[in-house]
Design a protein around this ligand. Structure first.
Ligand SMILES: Nc1ncnc2c1ncn2[C@@H]1O[C@H](COP(=O)(O)OP(=O)(O)OP(=O)(O)O)[C@@H](O)[C@H]1O
Length: 463
């Protein structure tokens, strides 16, 4: 066995390879040629030495001759797949041993080569392996980035409401039924859709999410079903749609209530026929995709208002999962806060050491119109102000401080008329998601008066 590190500087990062063959001339050739192609190589004279090398080192790929004394190529590959499943394997067979090639592929080999093999074929094969390795790395990097942005897909919550949701997910996940997830904004509808997918037999296949409200009407069809080159102005190349991308897996149609009427009819046809047609193409193709939809809107009301097709509503609401708002399951708040905190501050410390009692109390006292997403924002805000140590009420956004102050004022004794007035304004702001025109209307004062009162409060605080 000998090592020959690569000396060239290839465009594509070279592979670390193991080559095993009992033919001395081939060993010499590979020691020379594989580094010339930009790879590093360990050359072994037989299967036993190859397995010993695999036990000691990790390679990107191995190329093994099938007919070696001691262990055959297929036996080496079988051992490799136990020790290092992500290492690619190529078996080199004689012309007459097609059966060995088939068994190697069954063992998880990437491909096979037939002797006598041409160097150009070896080079092309190694390029394919390198391209796959690069794609896999990119995939993992993107997956991590997505996890950092979206958080882990874990569905947190032990409250009765969430326990019920979990039971429903478990039951429906096993089936092929279309699922409709309902709930206010930020309650975790996408997370539920992902849980339905992750707990289903389709879990290993893609989960693809699309927000039907985020795309202009003209683009939705091609985004969902794909298009051919030249199908419309700007369609410079063929593109496959998300239904095809999700093939074998699940497609999540978020904000289904925002789907334009014309697209509702097309989606209904797809759901009924399980066939799609790319924009600009005449032929249809079968798709095997499970559909999960979500909306924060009342679809029945939309049907009455002629905004949503009744037949589509009945097609998608076979199985409904209603997500409770955060204010209806405040028992889950500490666990959620702890879970969300890990996104910004990876630490295994328990919740009591991460938030002061006062801060937790202030969080519990909020109405959470933006639900868990709002909580995530509040936690992020707190971690910016407080880099380490327990988060106090002072690290929370200002309206939590104010709530606490007025709470304290109440416990100190009667409040002044001004304090009561400001409390009413802030509570109304919370209820109306910060919309000042709505607050003014609710409290029966002009928008100008509202601004004056808020400004004078701010001036008083500064003074
Ligand atoms: N039960 C939960 N456990 C952990 N994280 C959650 C939970 N519910 C929601 N989240 C987090 O809150 C944020 C919002 O969740 P998600 O996007 O699933 O909500 P949504 O209901 O789909 O929102 P929208 O209606 O705006 O599309 C995400 O960061 C998600 O990870």
């Amino acid at each position: 066995m000998s090592d020959s590190p690569s000396k060239s500087s290839p465009k594509q990062e070279g592979l670390s390879l193991l080559f095993a063959d009992d033919e001395g001339s081939l060993q010499e050739l590979m020691k020379l040629e594989l580094p010339r192609m930009g790879h590093t190589v360990t050359v072994c004279p037989d299967g036993v030495t190859a397995v010993a090398a695999i036990e000691k080192n990790t390679y990107d790929a191995i190329l093994v001759d099938q007919d070696m004394p001691g262990l055959t190529g297929v036996e080496v590959i079988a051992r490799l797949k136990e020790l290092s499943p992500s290492t690619e394997a190529v078996v080199i067979t004689g012309k007459s041993s097609m059966e060995s090639a088939v068994s190697a592929l069954r063992c998880g080999a990437f491909d096979y080569l037939t002797k006598p093999c041409k160097l150009v074929d070896i080079e092309a094969l190694l390029q394919r392996i390198a391209a796959k390795r690069d794609l896999t790395k990119k995939f993992h990097a993107l997956q991590r980035r997505l996890e950092r942005i979206e958080g882990s897909p874990q569905l947190i919550g032990q409250s009765r409401g969430m326990a019920h949701v979990n039971t429903l997910i478990d039951k429906v996940a096993r089936t092929e039924s279309t699922v409709l997830v309902l709930g206010e904004t930020g309650t975790g509808k996408e997370l539920v859709a992902r849980a339905v997918h992750d707990r289903s037999p389709r879990a290993e296949k893609p989960f693809v999410a699309i927000n039907c409200g985020a795309l202009p009407e003209t683009l939705i069809e091609s985004e969902l079903f794909g298009h051919t080159k030249g199908a419309f102005t700007g369609a410079d190349e063929h593109r496959i749609g998300l239904f095809e991308v999700a093939s074998g897996g699940t497609i999540f149609l978020d904000e289904i209530g925002e789907l334009p009427k014309a697209m509702q009819a097309k989606l209904l046809r797809v759901l009924e026929s399980r066939e799609i047609r790319r924009v600009g193409e005449n032929k249809t193709m079968k798709v095997d995709v499970r559909v999960v939809c979500a909306t924060h809107r009342d679809l029945a009301e939309m049907v009455t208002g002629d905004e949503f097709r009744e037949d589509l509503m009945y097609r998608i609401n076979t199985f409904e999962i209603n997500l409770p708002a955060l204010r209806e399951r405040l028992d889950d708040l500490p666990a959620l806060a702890e879970h969300l905190l890990k996104r910004f501050r990876p630490s295994a410390r328990p919740i009591e050491q991460q938030f002061t009692d006062e801060a937790l109390e202030a969080l519990r006292g909020h109405v959470w119109p933006g639900n868990v997403r709002e909580l995530a924002n509040v936690v992020e805000h707190a971690t910016i102000l407080c880099e380490s140590g327990p988060i106090t009420v002072d690290d929370l956004p200002q309206h939590f401080n104010r709530r606490q102050l007025s709470g304290n004022a109440r416990s100190r004794g009667p409040m002044t008329l001004r304090e009561l007035e400001m409390e009413a304004i802030h509570e109304s702001l919370e209820r109306n998601d910060g919309s000042k025109p709505k607050v003014a209307e609710e409290l029966g004062i002009s928008l100008k008066t509202l601004y004056n009162k808020l400004n004078s409060e701010a001036t008083l605080k500064v003074a």
